[in-house]
Design a protein around this ligand. Structure first.
Ligand SMILES: [Zn+2]
Length: 347
C-alpha cells in the first residue's frame, strides 16, 4: 500500500496522468465536433428534402452545382432575382447552394436569405421551418427570431409571437415597443374580454408607455368614441386625422374641437363645424375656402407614410409592411373630388 502512495506522489506519474487526460479530452472534443457537423448536415438534408421544387428549378440547380462561379456570386444573383420578385429562382439557387457549400457560416447566411425569400413570397410555413432550422443549430440568431415573430403575427398566433419576443429581448434589449405591440394585439384579439374592459386596459397601456397612440385611439374612436375624447391626447391630432375625418357628427366633442387649432380647421374643412376662416395646412385651407364660396365638391383622401423608411402605403398600418417598424405611421392628406365618395356611398 505504501509503495502505491509513493508512486502516486511521484511527479512523473502526475505528468503521465496529465497527458493521458489531455489525450482523452482532445479525442472527445474531436469526436464531438465530427458528430455535431455530421448531425447538422443530416438535419439540413432532411430539411431541404421537405420542400419540393417550386418550378423549373432543376436546370438552375444543375448550373449551381457544375458552374465555376463562386457561392458568393450565386448569392448575389439569387438576391437580384429576389429584388425582381422572382422568388422561384432565388429559392432554387439557395437550395442548390445549401447542398453544395458545407461551410456552417455560409449555410447559416444562406438559410436566412432562403427564409426571407419564403416570407416575402408568402410561404409562411416554409419560412417558419427555415428559421426554426437556423435556431436549431444557432439559437442566438436575432434575425431568425425577428422573422419568426413576424410570421406568427401574420398567422395571428400572438401568444407564440410573445414567447419568441421574450427570447429576442434577451439578445436585443431595445425591442420593448415590439413587445408592447404584441401584448396589445393579444388584448384586442381576446374575445373573453368585453369592450369596456379592453378600452380601460388600452388607456392604461397608453398612459403608462405613451406608445402605440394611433393603434389605441383608432380602436377607441371606433368602439368607444366618447371615452376616446375624454382621454384624447392632442399631440396625436395630425397622425389621427384620417380616423377623426371619418367620425360621424354625433360622435364629435365640440368643446375639445373648439380648443385645438388643427381640430377646428379639420372639422371646419369637413363641414361639421364653422369655427375658422382658413388654415395653414394647404388641403384644409382649400376645402375651407371652397365651403365659404358655397362649393362643397371636394373632400380628403388619405395615404400613409412610414417615419422610418418613408414608404407610402394606401392602407393604414400598425407595423410598417416594408421595414416592419412599429408605431411609425404618419397620415398624409390629399384633396379629392367629392363625386368619388358619392359614387362609393351609392354602392
Ligand atoms: Zn417602414
Amino acid at each position: 500500500m505504501d509503495t502505491f502512495f509513493i508512486e502516486f506522489r511521484d511527479p512523473l506519474f502526475g505528468i503521465v496522468v496529465f497527458f493521458i487526460l489531455l489525450f482523452i479530452l482532445s479525442f472527445l472534443s474531436y469526436w464531438w465536433g465530427r458528430y455535431k457537423a455530421a448531425k447538422e448536415h443530416t438535419d439540413l438534408k432532411s430539411f431541404l428534402g421537405k420542400f419540393e421544387s417550386l418550378g423549373e428549378g432543376d436546370k438552375l440547380a444543375e448550373q449551381v452545382q457544375t458552374n465555376s462561379l463562386t457561392s458568393e456570386s450565386w448569392l448575389l444573383l439569387a438576391q437580384s432575382f429576389e429584388h425582381q420578385g422572382n422568388y422561384e429562382k432565388s429559392v432554387e439557387i439557395y437550395h442548390a447552394l445549401l447542398s453544395k457549400n458545407r461551410d456552417p457560416i455560409f449555410q447559416k447566411d444562406a438559410l436566412l436569405l432562403l427564409g426571407k425569400s419564403f416570407f416575402k413570397a408568402g410561404f409562411l410555413e416554409r419560412a417558419r421551418q427555415t428559421f426554426m432550422q437556423i435556431l436549431h443549430n444557432s439559437p442566438r440568431t436575432p434575425q431568425a427570431l425577428h422573422y419568426l415573430i413576424l410570421i406568427y403575427e401574420q398567422l395571428q398566433q400572438y401568444d407564440k409571437a410573445l414567447e419568441v419576443m421574450e427570447s429576442l429581448q434577451e439578445l436585443s434589449p431595445g425591442t420593448s415597443n415590439e413587445k408592447l405591440y404584441i401584448e396589445c394585439r393579444i388584448l384586442l384579439n381576446d374575445h373573453r374580454i368585453d369592450i369596456d374592459e379592453k378600452a380601460q386596459k388600452l388607456l392604461e397601456l397608453y398612459s403608462t408607455h405613451r406608445q402605440l397612440g394611433y393603434m389605441i385611439f383608432e380602436w377607441l374612436f371606433t368602439y368607444r368614441p366618447a371615452l376616446a375624447w375624454r382621454h384624447y391626447d392632442q399631440s396625436l391630432s395630425q397622425r389621427l386625422s384620417d380616423v377623426l375625418w371619418r367620425l360621424r357628427d354625433e360622435n364629435l366633442d365640440l368643446d375639445i374641437i373648439a380648443s385645438n387649432t388643427f381640430l377646428r380647421e379639420l372639422f371646419t374643412a369637413k363641414g361639421s363645424v364653422d369655427l375658422c376662416l382658413g388654415s395653414s395646412v394647404f388641403e384644409l385651407d382649400v376645402l375651407i375656402a371652397l365651403r365659404r364660396c358655397g362649393v362643397a365638391k371636394a373632400a380628403l383622401q388619405f395615404e400613409y407614410s412610414c417615419d422610418e423608411c418613408n414608404t407610402i402605403s394606401f392602407l393604414p398600418f400598425h407595423r410598417c409592411p416594408h421595414c416592419h417598424a412599429i408605431d411609425s405611421l404618419q397620415s398624409i392628406m390629399n384633396l379629392s373630388k367629392e363625386r368619388f365618395e358619392e359614387n362609393n356611398s351609392l354602392q
